[in-house]
Design a protein around this ligand. Sequence first.
Ligand code: AMP
Length: 296
Amino acid sequence: MNTPLLINNTGKMQAWSESARSRGLRLGIVPTMGKLHEGHLSLVRVAASSCDRVLVSIFVNPTQFGPGEDYEKYPRCLEADLNALAGEGVSVCFAPSVAEMYPHGQADNLTVEWGKKALCGAGRPGHFDGVTSVVSRLYNAMQPHVAVYGQKDAQQALIIRRMTESMLFPVKTVLGAIVRERDGLAMSSRNIYLDPAERERALTLSRALTRVGESLRAGERDPGRLQSIGNGALSGIDGVEPEYFVVVDPATLAPHENKVDGLLLIACAAKLGKTRLIDNHVYRIQGDDVRESMLF
Ligand code: AMP
């Protein structure tokens, strides 16, 4: 069990990565906000499968939280996170302060227009600007060859891939599958906010997604009907406040025109009390064939 080297400073981080790169090592990063769970650790393993060194960042990024969101109370537990990483062969944990990441304050940012107003962006204006602003800084600080993200945050992964292509970052965007609890709830650092009743009701999200998957498998291809099946399954439950349920083409984040075909993203968000959760399923549809799939 080797605890990763803890680096808090961007200059030191750049020097470490430059030295590793000069020795021909391929670097994979897993950006996180900490309170690590099995979902994060699965991404570490994905990174390790194609890289010589894995680096994990832990940074609760203020610019991706809106007013009234949970920035202040977001769980911070660096010690426990370092212990979790110790068993995974992670070389570096980069845990900078806000001042390190935003040396001139939070006004200078990198924005990607594509997709930022759809799905989660509708209810969280500015959220994806915050994500692309911090990820671009992490790339400059950590200088990875590969960056691994979870399909759990499907829209985020698509926007980051878009940013990487648009800005010509020499970084490969790689996805890891969603890791779930035994009963189907997608793992999330925010699940610790749920009281027992909310934890039970949180299954509404994965069940609604499964319900739409069953309809797809039964032959339903009408995007509007699929969406209303999902909306129906997510609505009308005491204590669950749906934010959206969409059935979209991941290439546009808009519904397919007539019938769903090819890659399909079924995504939803809902609030359980004060806790906002998201989840999704991705399918590849070819004629009668319906398979769960990775987005890319
Ligand atoms: P977070 O710490 O929540 O910002 O997440 C950091 C990374 O872990 C993101 O790329 C997430 O998509 C990914 N992630 C979070 N939850 C899961 C999960 N249940 N399964 C797989 N990846 C996840």
